[in-house]
Every structure is written in C-alpha cells, then in structure tokens.
Ligand binder design. Sequence first.
Ligand SMILES: [Zn+2]
Length: 687
Amino acid sequence: MPELTKKQARAEVSLLRKEISRHDHLYYAENNPEIPDADYDKLMARLIELEQLHDLAVPDSPSRRVSGEVAEQFNPFAHKIPMMSIDNTANEHETREFDRRIKRFLKTEEEIEYILQPKFDGVSASLTYVDGELHHGTTRGDGKMGEEVTSNIKTIRSVPLILAGQGRKPKLIEIRGEVIFPKSLFAKLNEELKKVNKKLEEENETLLKEKKNPKPLKMLFKNPRNAASGSLRQLNSSVTARRPLHFYAWGIGGCDGMDFRDEFEIYEILNRWGFSVEEPKNCRNIDEAIQHSMSLEQRRDSIDYEIDGAVVKARSRRLQEILGATAKYPRWSVAIKFSPKQVSTKVIDITIQVGRTGHLTPVAELIPVKISGIEIKRASLHTEDTVREKDIRVGDTVIVQRAGDVIPEIVEMVPSKQRRKEQFLMPQVCPRCETCVEKEGSFHLCPNISCPAQIKGRISLFTSRNAFDIEGLGKKRVEQLINEGILQNIADVFTLKEEQLLNLEGFAEKSTKKLLDEIENSRNISFEKFINSLSIKHVGTRTAQILAQEFKTPENLMKAKSEDLILIDGIGEELAQSIIRFFENPERKSVVEALLHQVRIEKEPEPYPENSATAEKTFVLTGTLSTSREQIKQKIEKVGGKVINSVSRKTDFLILGTNPGTTKLKKASELGISIIDEEQLKKLIGL
Ligand SMILES: [Zn+2]
C-alpha cells in the first residue's frame, strides 16, 4: 500500500470512524448488521493502524472500544443530579397506595398517567455527554458519588461515543441506564473461566515444584449481574472489551440546554441518539400499569437479560418536578418487585428415591417455601456427586430456585459454622428392597428388577397417558395394590379380578367396575406406546417412536441385534445395549410375552409421513438460497419441520445460504445450534 500523506490519512480515518459508528448502531441499536463481524474487525484494524502511524488517536474514536487502557484505580466522580434509589412495592395493594399518595399530595382525584419500564437487574451507570460527545462513564456508587470507568464504558459497543442524528444536542446531559450481561452468554463465560483455571492449575503445579508462588485462580460469577459488575470494574479495559456487555438507557439525570415534556419523549430521543432502549408502556392510570407489569413478569424468562421488577414513573416531567422527592426516594416513581425466583429454606432430610429403572436419586426434603406462588417441598439432588459438589448436608440452609420456572433445584448452600460434620453418603443397599447397590458411572443402581419401588415406578408409567392411559390406576392405587401383593409386574394389570379388589379399602363396587371397564377398553394400543410402557432404560417417548417405525412389530423388536439397532438414526451404542439387555433378561422377556397375550397392538399407520430427523424440528433460513424461501419452507413442512424467522434456543437448525445475516449466524453459534448448508438440508429432508 502506498504511503499516505497526513491529509489523506486524516480523511480516511474520518471516513472509517463514521463507517464503524454506523455499523455499531446497526448492530446494537437496530439489530440489523450489514457486514459480517470479520469485515467489521478489518475496518477497526485499519483505523487503529492509521491512528498509530499518523498519530491521529483521539479519546472519542471508536478504536477506543478495543484498545484497552489500564487504570491504577477508579477515580470518584460526582453525579450532577444524584442517582436516587427508588421505593419498592411488594404487592398490588402497595402499588395502589403509591398512586393514592401522589393524588393526596396533588390534592386531586384525577387519574395520573404513568409509563412502565422493565427494572433491569444489572449495574446502573451514568454517561455524561458534553456537546454530544461521551466524556465520562461512571458507576452509580452511593448515588451521589460514582466511580469513573470511562475507558471500560467505551468498550461497550451499544454505547454511542457521539450522540447520533442531526437534531440539536444539549450542552451537557447525563444518560442513565444499566450495564447488563446477556443471560444466554452467561454460562459460556463461566465455562471459559473454568478452562482458564484448569490451565492455571497446571501452571501452578510447575510453579510449586520450582518453589515459586502460585497464581490466583479466576473467580466464577454467580449470576449475570455479578458478571456485568465484574466485567465493568476491570482495571484493564481490554478485559472489559472481550465481555459481551450491553447498555440499556432508561432515563436522564442532569441536563443543560434541552427540555423534555415527558418520559415518552425522553425514550424517543434516546432512541434517536443511538441508545438501546426498551419502548416504555404508556399507562392511563395505575390499573394499566399493574396490568402491564404482570404481563412483563410472565414474559421475564423469555427475555435475554435479568429483570427483577417493573418501574412505574409519572409520565409528565412537570408533574415529576411538582412531586419532587422525600429524603430517600423520588415521589413520582416506584418499582414493582417481581416475586423472587430464588428463596432460602432448610434441608430437613435427604431421602433416596428409587426410580423405575432402578436409579437411586437423592432428594432434599425441604421446609416448604413458595416460589412464584408454587409451594416447593422437595428438590432432586440428582447424584451423589452433585450432593458432594454442592456440599449439602441435612440441616443446611439452602437457596432454592425453580429452573426454567418448573423443576425446583438447589442452587447452593448458605455457609454456616454450625453444620453437621457428616457428609452425605449414598446407602450401600436399596432403601426399599435392601439389595446391594451397584454403581454405573456416577449413578447408583438397585439391580433387583423385582424391587417394589421399581415395580411401582414401572406400573405408574405403564398406566400413564404415554402408555396404556388407565386413569383409574393412579400412583396411590398402584402403591396399594403392590403392597397387597396383587400387582407384581406390569402384565398383572390386565389380569386384575373383581374379587381381588372388592375387599380393599377405597374399592367400592361401582368404582371397581369402572376401573375394570377402563382396563378392558385399554387393551388396544399403538406399538409406539407399547414400547414406551415397558420402561426400557434410556428409552423415552422419542426413541419409542423411532423403534416403532423401524421394527413395526414386537417380535421384530425382540429379535433385533445390536448391529441392526445402531444403524438407526437417533440410536447410539448405549441405547442399543440397553434394549438388547432388556430383552435378554428372561424375567423381563416373560413379562413382555405375558403382556402380549393380553393386549392388541394396533397396526401402525402407513409410513410415517414425518421424517424422524426433521419432525417437529425448527429451522431458520439465512442468506440467499438456490430456490425461493417459500419453496424451501414448504419442503421442510412436508417432513414435519417448521420454519421460523429468528434464532432462539428453540431453533434446531440454521440453514446457511450465501451472504448470511451475521446476527443469526452469531446467535446460532453462541447457542450451539446445528448450522448446515443447503446440501446437508437436502439430505436431511430426503430430497
Ligand atoms: Zn430395590
């Protein structure tokens, strides 16, 4: 490349800066990038090169986002207008009281207009722009004084270094917002830190041998807020630059030379200046605010950042001024707290549950607590290793959450000095049948297939909706009939006699007859449900479906060899072995044969129209493809798949055309979604 004159270099640098800022805006504020990341990196590399070569670096250059300054410490910084915390309300009653307080203060009966925004659970920050240029980025600190973290703030690509747009810019303005760490990338960060630690441990071994001091290990982050805070408060800003932080603007502090009518106008202007902003909900009164808050709470798990509540603000700025603040809080704003997703409780006992395939699972019995309205009494601890890893003992106080808002899980124990000394140990024998426990990998197994606990589990599955669907035989009745010795295996269900049942507690004449009728009517079953009803280890509904399509009849399946099985798509070595072992066992085989005398397998409908690899799978298309998207969509739908527009955790495949969109591609690889090209798609859907 020929040498540039200083003038030429200056011109190119100026162009590059504009171009990079434009791409930053497209990427973060509009979520619609024009160029792949690699091209963006090239622009940035060229800019840094020119700035260094021709001594053109300036503080507001986008190159500052990656160059990385190392600070000795963070300097204190006084906010022009304090960042006050806001009052919380824990329930609807308190939220209405907030509205009534305002009306009393204003001596009015008229409805107050509000806006509602998500309350981000990140790190609050304040950005000071002077004549449209970012001058300071600071943390909230104690509300009056924050810490200056400007060079770190500049590495966040969703922070505009210069306020975008043509319109008038205030002389000085403090933009208030939240630095957050996306939930979807959080687990990955800890995984990376674990890898770093592994390497450090190896290095430390050598260092210790050489009698040198070991290097400290990296701390893992507890939650996305921790990660945001830890990443923002790095003395070396190149570390911050590598973290995928995001800045959401939610309001303004001090402002010189510009007036805003109301909160919605603030939102519109922040948006225009290039900030990431969530459009606030307009609420004509407190009822609407409460409603919007509830629907936000319902959506909170589908949003990629943590929110722990909703902020209600009086919409009019003039009203805000009149209302002012108490010593602690502004009078015109309140945060509606969402119900906590984590609560603490105590472990009363650790019991052992024996499943239908013989797995022993430790279960924490808890003092009942409510999470989002649901009472939690027990939480699975999975394996002995999990209990050891989390070091949970009877009597411990623990933090419980509902994972994906359904299954309760123990996050961690709260350390305390007064704990039991004994660590948890798995029993040597099955708590139900006292057979010696065997170990399989990290699992403990009761090898006795006549174990009452296993029989109970198997019969419960046998009568469930995914198998014979006998509603009258719920878990309680199954337990009772096992204890009475009437049910010993799944085939016994179909030989139950009226006289066996009538003398038992809870079996009146009418209900007994009803149950027997129901059993009689359930003798016809699809092959798929039949396979599922057998409790073959590792075989769930999905595998049962595949096996039914492949083998068509029980006889074929029972004769199957391991080499036949592993050839089937979706069946691996372990699964194949488990199926073979199941039918090799004479006791199990005779139960299946007895059962086959009792039931009738319905013929499978002609070849399943849905290809097993694509049925119910979700596809996203990106880039240019050889035929129209509509045609490809139809082909995918024909084999039972679904085409949607954007990549999420629920996506199974990203189909890559030429010139793909970088957002989709990036998101798919971050989420570990299979990325395939058109050729691979054709194979998959059998074209
Ligand atoms: Zn047992």
